[in-house]
Write a new protein. Structure first.
Length: 154
């Protein structure tokens, strides 16, 4: 799978009531995985040869928070956390992720993606704006960090 084509990761409950993941691609296609978003993200990180713990730690050092932070894969591939449903239990995943590159606009109750898909959300507009700001900080820090190692790619 070309992970860069992912527009959003949406949590939903399977027919058995288990956490599952809907992968919405930029062209509108949807794929369903019988695992939580957290498990899917860890699988994606390992397929891309990235350490999720190291990325999470680096993100904390850049933006200073640990909970519900944007997930950076590359400077053009950043997922913004968005509350998409009410959690049933304490460990229930109610946050989904929207690829910042595929985000067209948002309001207090909805997000419009570039492909025309509208996602209902429980996150207010101010929360999404804060996450976009955090994503910009991560992008700038990532590009600065990447410059330090450009000599290895020449």
């Amino acid at each position: 799978m070309n992970y860069a084509q992912i527009a959003a990761l949406i949590p939903f409950y399977s027919s058995e009531g288990e956490n599952s993941t809907c992968i919405l691609l930029n062209d509108g296609d949807k794929f369903y995985k019988p695992c939580s978003i957290k498990k899917y993200l860890h699988h994606m990180f390992y397929c891309l040869h990235l350490d999720p713990t190291a990325v999470k730690h680096w993100t904390y050092e850049v933006i200073g928070t640990k909970l519900n932070t944007p997930i950076i894969i590359d400077n053009d591939f950043i997922f913004l956390p968005v509350k998409l449903r009410k959690g049933v239990g304490k460990q229930d995943g109610c946050f989904g992720y929207v690829n910042s590159k595929h985000l067209q606009s948002y309001d207090d109750n909805s997000i419009l993606l570039c492909n025309g898909e509208i996602l209902p959300t429980l996150s207010p507009k101010s929360y999404i704006q804060k996450k976009e700001y955090d994503a910009k900080l991560l992008r700038y820090a990532y590009l600065e960090h990447k410059k330090q190692y450009e000599f290895m790619w020449k």
